[in-house]
Design a protein around this ligand. Structure first.
Ligand code: PXL
Length: 263
């Protein structure tokens, strides 16, 4: 079988294990070619104080134009952190010319009910246009609420109904229900785990990259969610002894071999 390839459009945070530094190893471990298109270069993710940020919008256009000149095709285009409305437009124009690709969008912009630092208040409106063109979107609950202009405290069934007007297929992560945290797809609750009162930075990126990989390999969305939850949970269980993980991310490297076994 021809090797699958995923174009990963996301930032590189040099330290802090998120975005491309997670997507590339996870997708590669599934035997899929992972192409990197950096949207920005940061010293760390934006939850650390004093992070540096270099915008790479100009290079994005050059790289994508080069790919198109060569006539390159992609099984999947997987988008994460986009720094600006201009970058949303560039990606949106590119996917218009790639009807062969599955479009998976992780509308990275916030968590815990708030936008991340560096995003304008009207950013959700622009990223929702990209979501409308996507086959699958992967918001956490905060992002799903921002996309649908819904109160963070609103019932999940209302968020799901509103999100269906944006994209047919999706997975909403981090849906807290008493002592449990669930992942919902457009069709049902797919998985739930006992809530642990710890943040693991980059866990969302481990989840979305794993899901994008399994879906591109031909698994259904619900099966891909199931496998992504399982792998993310294994990484969390492996990391839990490490008290710096809130900032420095999951010790996913030591779990990567499990992905190949789950194929
Ligand atoms: O994990 C999402 C993410 C991606 N990229 C950058 C971030 C974050 C979350 O904080 O700061 C730069």
């Amino acid at each position: 079988m021809k090797q699958k390839r995923i174009l990963c459009i996301n930032d590189i945070s040099s330290m802090g294990k998120c975005s491309l530094t997670v997507a590339l190893p996870v997708i590669s471990s599934l035997g899929i070619e992972a192409l990197a298109l950096p949207t920005a270069l940061l010293s760390t993710h934006t939850v650390f104080n004093g992070y540096t940020f270099t915008d790479t919008t100009r290079q994005m256009t050059d790289i994508l134009n080069h790919f198109d000149t060569m006539g390159e095709k992609f099984d999947c285009i997987f988008t994460g952190y986009l720094g600006s409305k201009e970058q949303i437009r560039i990606v949106s124009d590119f996917i218009d010319n790639h009807s062969e690709s599955i479009i998976i969008t992780d509308p990275v912009m916030g968590d815990n009910g708030k936008l991340y630092s560096g995003f304008d208040e009207d950013y959700p409106k622009y990223i929702s246009e990209l979501c409308k063109k996507s086959d699958i979107i992967l918001p956490n609950l905060t992002e799903a609420c921002l996309l649908t202009d819904t109160e963070f405290s609103e019932d999940i069934s209302i968020v799901i109904e509103k999100l269906k007007k944006i994209t047919k297929k999706f997975a909403i992560t981090g849906v807290r229900q008493n002592d449990w945290v669930a992942v919902y797809s457009h069709s049902r609750k797919v998985a739930e785990k006992k809530f642990i009162n710890r943040q693991f930075h980059g866990a969302g990126d481990v989840f979305s990259s794993t899901l994008a990989g399994f879906y591109t390999l031909g698994n259904s969305l619900n099966d891909s969610i199931d496998k992504a939850v399982k792998f993310t949970q294994e990484c969390i269980d492996h990391t839990i002894v490490d008290k710096d993980s809130q900032w420095y991310g999951l010790r996913f490297e030591e779990c990567l071999h499990r992905l190949y076994e789950m194929k």
